[in-house]
Every structure is written in structure tokens, then in C-alpha cells.
Design a protein around this ligand. Structure first.
Ligand code: GSH
Length: 204
């Protein structure tokens, strides 16, 4: 078995969280290298594309969250084998990456600048994304996004809805998911109750 090391920020969320859950669901040991923002500041220029997460496989570096989600998702049985369902899964992964790109652009802003940027984020990307994801969940049958089963797309979506609904993002109303995409609330609860997700958090 190769040696896996996943480097990302030290919190239970963000881009690396679905990969951590998928590794655990696959029963594959990995080094969960959790770094501080200060650590990242020091290593940023040495990482490919100046960003994290970074996955090392026997020392060889790989970047790009969705590629990692697919790779580990396949080993965990959390990625569809059917090509059309895989496409549906990828569509969700891509939409969530767009959302994260626009959200992360607001990090580090302060006061009025932050308020204005978050307002724009809510009215543009967040609203489009939540409505779009609700539609994709309906397309998938209402429970999961693809293949009528839990996939890495569900993991990535639940990590984001959990974060928004926790109210931890300044200026982003915690009830926006309920208002714009009620299906995603039930979806979050369904994913959180999945035995593989429960087992991961029990292991933390
Ligand atoms: N396309 C990359 C984006 C990675 C990314 O932007 N990561 C953020 C953290 S969640 C980052 O490292 N940002 C560093 C910076 O912008 O300085 C991926 O999917 O992994």
C-alpha cells in the first residue's frame, strides 16, 4: 500500500475534508498533516500552484482537490462507475469548486470591504450555486447527487452546507440554505447520518 500524506489547514472543513472522510471510508491509512495559517505562509511558495491541499503518494506530490476526491473516492466506493453518473458527480464537484473560489477570495478582507464582498458573493455565486445544487439533487432523485448513492459530491456539498448553516461566515445568513435550497438541508442531515461519515467523526 502506498504511503499517503494529505496536507491542509487544521480544521474539519474546507477543500480537504471530503478527501479525509473518503480515505477513512476506504480503510486506507494516511498522514493527516494539519497545518496552521502561519505554517502555510512559510511554505506557500514551495507548494505547486502556491496552494493546499497537497497529497503526497510515496513522496510524489499531487494537487487539485477534485482530482484527489475522484482518486480516493474510487478506492472508497464513493465515486460512480457509470460514466453518466460520474459526469453528474463531477458537475457537483466543479460547481462547489467555483463556489469555494469566490468565497476564498473574500477571506482576509476586513470591515466594510468584507461586508460588500460578502454581499456580492451572496447575491451572485452563493445564490446561483445553492439553487443549482438543489436542482442537481432533484435530478439525482432527491437523496444523492449521482447514482442513488453517497459519493464524494455529497461529501463536498455537505461540508459546505454545514459550514454555511453553522453561521460562522460573517455576513452570510445561516438560514440562506433553508431559504434557497431546502433540499440541501435534508441532504446535509442524510450525509451526516451516513455510517461512514459518523465513523470518521467518531475516530477524530
Ligand atoms: N484549484 C485548487 C485550489 C486550491 C486553493 O485555492 N486552496 C486554497 C486553500 S482552501 C489556498 O491554498 N489558497 C492559498 C492562497 O490563495 O494563497 C484545488 O482545487 O485544490
Amino acid at each position: 500500500m502506498p504511503r499517503y500524506k494529505l496536507t491542509y489547514f487544521d480544521f474539519d472543513g474546507g477543500r480537504a475534508e471530503p478527501i479525509r472522510i473518503a480515505f477513512h471510508a476506504a480503510g486506507i491509512e494516511f498522514e493527516d498533516d494539519r497545518i496552521s495559517f502561519a505554517d502555510f505562509g512559510e511554505m506557500r511558495n514551495t507548494t505547486r500552484f502556491n496552494s493546499v491541499p497537497v497529497l503526497e503518494i510515496d513522496g510524489a506530490v499531487v494537487t487539485q482537490t477534485n482530482a484527489m476526491c475522484r482518486y480516493v473516492g474510487k478506492m472508497a466506493g464513493l465515486y460512480p462507475e457509470d460514466d453518466l453518473q460520474a459526469l453528474y458527480c463531477d458537475e457537483v464537484l466543479g460547481a462547489l469548486e467555483d463556489l469555494l473560489h469566490h468565497l476564498v477570495a473574500t477571506f482576509g478582507l476586513q470591515d466594510e470591504e468584507l461586508r460588500l464582498a460578502r454581499e456580492k458573493f451572496i447575491n451572485d455565486w452563493l445564490s446561483f450555486c445553492l439553487r443549482g445544487l438543489d436542482e442537481l439533487l432533484t435530478r439525482g432523485g432527491g437523496k444523492y447527487f449521482a447514482g442513488n448513492a453517497l459519493t464524494v459530491a455529497d461529501l463536498k456539498a455537505f461540508v459546505q452546507t454545514r459550514s454555511i448553516r453553522s453561521g460562522g461566515l460573517d455576513h452570510v445568513p445561516a438560514d440562506i440554505v433553508e431559504r434557497l435550497a431546502p433540499g440541501l438541508v435534508e441532504h446535509q442531515e442524510r450525509v451526516e447520518a451516513d455510517p461512514r461519515v459518523v465513523a470518521y467523526y467518531s475516530s477524530r
